[in-house]
Design a binder for this molecule. Structure first.
Ligand code: HEM
Length: 392
């Protein structure tokens, strides 16, 4: 069997600017391709990304060279398999229970959204990235994890620094210096919650992990809270902004959703299908195997490119277009298999049920600022880096 084709031309900076052109060509010409700049073999077809994530006994989440381990100063639950993974995932699961969502988090998120959207100035041009999506996502998450004593600015900085570290495939020392500092700050903030007398019995993730019959060791609590910070702020932020851009750039679709002919849930799902906030994941082959007829030797790390899977011509027509009217089909933006996103329902409800309807209800004539371009960036994580709009 042949080894996958090798691409030694594309640079990480090219992928951060425009990954989709590379993936489209890869799907057509060499859907399993080893990319020198990343040091991993990319899987760009939907069937392959799903197969690898579902086959966790053959494809381990424990990538020995992941920059995430250095950035988080530990292996988090995301890099564990089987019983070790289940133990840590289950330890925080009750925070995300349907009852907590219904009775605790969503009523709180409604108040937070009313507050943050209520502060936006009518008739002015603002950047919704900085003025709404980032701080609102941070505030919501701060309560869910039990770090509501931290400021929005700190939470956003922690999240971005951890994400930059987790994606530090070029192993830049300056990025790891920054994650070391942020690790100290987050550990101190967690310590403040752990020692607070009112923590016991609360539904937030720190209290729930501490309250287990066999509580996780503090190091595991710290690293998994960092995963939720890295996984729970930038992603709803990017989903929100991508949805807003999709609607403002396609006024007919905006009218359709405001007229109630389609749902906010469709808008949300289409936004994260179109530009997946987490574009890829890594898995290590535990034995010699093949994918699509190519040899994958034991120990090789494959990257499941869910961003590409969500545009795969075999499962979706014109996937490069934002279209809330397309028939709803499963996408892979929340992953597959045992590591399927734990925050799926929180994110869906927060963005589709609360933030988007409230924002467009208050500013139904909102429009993109024609003087400024909206830019999308990112290779591992992707979304708009600005969202200048006129609020009317
Ligand atoms: C639109 C928003 C979101 C998207 C697109 C998203 C996407 C993902 C993806 C693709 C994974 C799997 C990664 C892999 O397989 O290696 C994941 C895992 C995870 N997500 Fe999310 N996420 C979102 C929001 C959230 C939120 C709001 C939270 C927490 C409040 C969260 C918490 C987690 C956790 C804890 C994991 C790790 C699960 C495990 O390893 O078992 N996510 N997410």
């Amino acid at each position: 069997m042949p080894l996958p084709a090798v691409d030694d031309r594309i640079a990480i900076s090219d992928l951060a600017t425009d990954p989709y052109s590379f993936y489209r060509k890869a799907r057509a010409d060499h859907p399993v391709v080893t990319v020198k700049a990343v040091g991993r073999t990319m899987l760009t077809k939907a069937a392959d990304t799903k197969y690898v994530k579902d086959s966790w006994e053959l494809f381990s989440s424990d990538d020995p060279n992941t920059p995430m381990r250095r950035a988080f100063q530990a292996h988090t639950l995301m890099r564990k398999d089987g019983a070790a993974h289940q133990r840590e995932r289950t330890a925080m699961a009750s925070t995300f229970s349907p009852r907590n969502l219904r009775e605790v988090w969503m009523p709180l998120y409604e108040d937070i959204a009313d507050d943050y959207i209520g502060r936006l100035p009518r008739g002015e041009t603002v950047d919704l990235f900085a003025e709404l999506a980032a701080p609102l996502s941070a505030r919501c998450l701060s309560h869910l994890i039990g770090l509501d004593h931290a400021s929005d600015a700190d939470l956003c900085r922690w999240s971005q620094t951890l994400i930059d570290g987790a994606g530090n495939f070029g192993q830049l020392q300056s990025l790891f210096d920054a994650t070391d500092k942020v690790n100290d700050e987050i550990n101190a903030a967690i310590g403040q919650t752990v020692t607070a007398p009112e923590a016991a019995g609360r539904p937030h993730a720190i209290a729930v992990m501490l309250g287990q019959e066999a509580p996780l060791e503090i190091g595991a609590i710290q690293s998994n809270i960092k995963i939720v910070i890295g996984g729970g702020i930038n992603e709803p932020r990017d989903a929100m902004l991508t949805a807003i851009f999709g609607l403002l750039d396609n006024p007919e679709q905006k009218q359709a959703v405001l007229a109630g002919t389609t749902s906010w849930l469709n808008v949300f799902e289409e936004a994260i299908r179109w530009v997946a906030p987490i574009q890829l994941s890594s898995r290590r082959a535990v034995e010699d195997t093949q994918i699509r007829g190519y040899d994958i030797p034991a120990g090789d790390v494959v990257m499941t490119i869910q961003a590409s899977a969500n545009h795969d011509e075999e499962v979706i027509e014109n996937g490069h277009l934002f279209d809330i009217h397309r028939p709803r089909a499963p996408h892979q933006a929340f992953g597959n298999g045992p590591h399927f996103c734990l925050g799926t329902h929180v994110a869906r409800k927060m963005v589709a049920d609360i933030v988007l309807p409230r924002l467009f209800d208050r500013f139904p004539e909102m429009s993109l600022d024609t003087d400024q371009q909206v830019a999308f960036r990112g290779f591992g994580f992707r979304g708009p880096i600005n969202m200048p709009v006129r609020l009317n």
